[in-house]
Design a protein around this ligand. Structure first.
Ligand code: SF4
Length: 121
């Protein structure tokens, strides 16, 4: 096989694969990054990975029952887990037991619809 033909054959085989990888890369979200307590923005907002470790004298508005898992700023549609994306920190992963001074109560779930009445005999 001459080198030109070999080159064209190699291009025909590898180009679609490379294009496919490129398209997949566009659909794949960037890797999730955990928010560290040492992050400058986390420090500014008093973020702690454990809500029980929040300094009550510095943040008197903090209540023990407030944590990331019941905060409205968790990125909508994210799955519950040990670490969850937070919209206040550009979707970095925060501890579900964490807290920061941006905490906002997650709205209560709407009541379930009443069951349909049973058919009359
Ligand atoms: Fe947690 Fe809410 Fe603060 Fe995000 S904004 S770190 S979810 S308390």
């Amino acid at each position: 096989m001459n080198s030109r033909r070999h080159f064209l054959l190699k291009l025909a085989v590898t180009a679609p694969a490379a294009l496919g990888v490129g398209l997949l890369a566009q659909d794949t979200p960037p890797p999730a990054v955990k928010l560290e307590e040492t992050d400058p923005v986390a420090i500014a907002l008093g973020y702690k990975m454990d809500t029980t470790k929040v300094d009550q004298t510095k943040y008197p508005q903090h209540k023990p029952e407030q944590m990331c898992s019941n905060c409205a700023l968790v990125t909508p549609g994210s799955a519950a887990g040990e670490f969850i994306p937070c919209s206040a920190f550009q979707n970095k992963l925060v501890s579900s037991n964490g807290w920061c001074m941006a905490w906002v109560k997650k709205p209560d779930a709407p009541p379930a619809p009443a069951p349909a009445p049973a058919p009359k005999p």
